[in-house]
Design a protein around this ligand. Structure first.
Ligand SMILES: Cc1cc2nc3c(=O)[nH]c(=O)nc-3n(C[C@H](O)[C@H](O)[C@H](O)COP(=O)(O)OP(=O)(O)OC[C@H]3O[C@@H](n4cnc5c(N)ncnc54)[C@H](O)[C@@H]3O)c2cc1C
Length: 385
């Protein structure tokens, strides 16, 4: 079925990106995987290409687009080639909406121009060693100094994507204790300079997949954060997170869809090349049926993400909508990618085949940005259950 979500600007961007990825990313990707991150200087190249600035207003150096569809194109093209831009995946898709929506004019002037060029990379730190799904249970604290000039930040975060290389991290911290009635109040976002004394980056965590994505443990010991670096109002972070999580979940759903589409593409090519019992693997009826089933799943996912993209651009994607799209696509992707790997036989288990990367990378889409169980909780609540 013909897709109607993209216009000529999106398609021109796609063509440019496809060429760039084929020439500049695919050949060096195994090196990036071996070193566990994307070289920091590469982010400046992405900045020059316009990847980080699509939705940044022109006065701060961006392209001034209002559509999230350019991100969808980036996601589709990266997965089509079986690669990623590493830890920078959160920079423009997840962190930017917070800066745009809650940043003051002065903060935008300070942070957005280097954000666009890739000189100032960002990450977002919500999860703590003791709490992930239950964000209101966070224990990192930020105490306002007696003269009101700065916060003193103490605590630890974990699993922070892009956290090893980030220059600024949007840290969620308690500026007031949780109330007995309202556990969600009292959390504030501080945009912390990673060079501050007392700020420490722990290990680049070793993961099952997403090998080019740096994932960090962070700790804060009496880190002084100027009040000018608080994002939005004190105590309202939970409300801000609730507003922005649908976009994060849509972006994960897009990954799951794009990974599934890529898996079918890789399997489709492989089964025609590989000959066994004197005929191509594609010649077995099982192969045709498996790929037909997978293609049908991908088409259903595509219809859902396309509808969600339009709803998001129109400002209508609710928390329950985003949870639905994330739950459906990520759970289906698990089956699709697994079945496409199976068609590769033993080669599918070898890292040199991109299907193996997709298999490892897609697993986390059911966990981060809120687990499938949390998505079910949100959907059930929206059903009055
Ligand atoms: C590769 C990676 C990158 C990440 N990047 C970031 C990042 O950049 N920034 C950031 O802040 N965080 C990040 N995270 C953290 C991620 O969002 C959390 O891992 C996720 O929200 C789950 O939290 P948890 O790991 O503490 O699991 P837990 O909350 O401990 O969950 C354990 C189990 O309990 C289940 N569970 C939880 N609540 C319920 C419920 N109500 N009903 C039924 N079952 C439930 C869960 O579904 C899960 O199966 C990342 C994680 C990974 C793995």
């Amino acid at each position: 079925m013909r897709r109607t979500v993209y216009n000529e600007d999106h398609e021109a961007f796609r063509r440019m990106l496809r060429e760039f990825i084929a020439e500049e990313v695919v050949p060096v990707y195994p090196e990036w995987e071996a070193q566990g991150h994307v070289p920091r200087d590469f982010y400046k190249r992405l900045g020059a290409l316009g990847v980080f600035g699509m939705e940044v207003p022109e006065e701060y150096g961006g392209a001034g687009e209002t559509s999230f569809k350019f991100h969808a194109v980036i996601t589709e093209e990266l997965n089509r080639a079986g690669v990623s831009f590493g830890g920078s995946s959160v920079h423009a898709a997840l962190c930017l909406p917070y800066l745009l929506r809650y940043g003051t004019e002065e903060q935008k002037r300070r942070w957005l121009p280097p954000f666009v060029t890739g000189e100032l990379m960002t990450a977002i730190a919500m999860t703590e060693p003791g709490t992930g799904s239950d964000l209101a249970g966070m224990t990192t604290t930020a105490r306002l100094s007696a003269d009101g000039s700065h916060y003193v930040l103490n605590g630890a975060k974990t699993f922070i994507t892009g956290g090893v290389q980030a220059d600024r991290v949007l840290v969620c911290a308690r500026t007031a204790p949780a109330g007995p009635e309202d556990r969600r109040g009292g959390i504030t976002i501080l945009v912390v300079d990673t060079k501050s004394p007392g700020y420490a980056v722990g290990r680049n965590l070793e993961k099952l997949g997403l090998l080019t994505s740096d994932t960090a443990e962070l700790s804060f010991t009496d880190v002084r954060v100027p009040v000018e670096d608080r994002l939005g109002e004190e105590g309202r972070a939970f409300e801000y997170l609730t507003h922005n999580l649908p976009q994060e979940r849509l972006s994960i759903a897009l990954y799951a869809y794009a990974q599934s589409a890529a898996a079918v593409r890789f399997a489709h090519a492989y089964v025609q090349e590989r000959t066994i019992f004197g005929k191509p693997v594609a010649g077995f009826q099982n192969t045709k049926f498996v790929l037909a089933d997978c293609q049908a799943e991908v088409t259903a996912m595509e219809a859902l993400v396309d509808r969600a993209l339009d709803a998001h651009d129109a400002g209508e994607l609710s928390a329950a909508d985003a949870a639905t799209v994330k739950l459906f696509t990520t759970e289906r992707a698990a089956t699709v990618v697994d079945r496409c790997l199976q068609l590769h036989g033993g080669y599918g288990y070898m890292r040199e085949y991109p299907i193996s990367r997709l298999y490892a990378d897609t697993r986390v889409t059911r966990i981060y940005g809120g687990t499938s169980e949390v998505m079910r909780t949100i959907i059930a609540k929206s059903m009055g259950l």
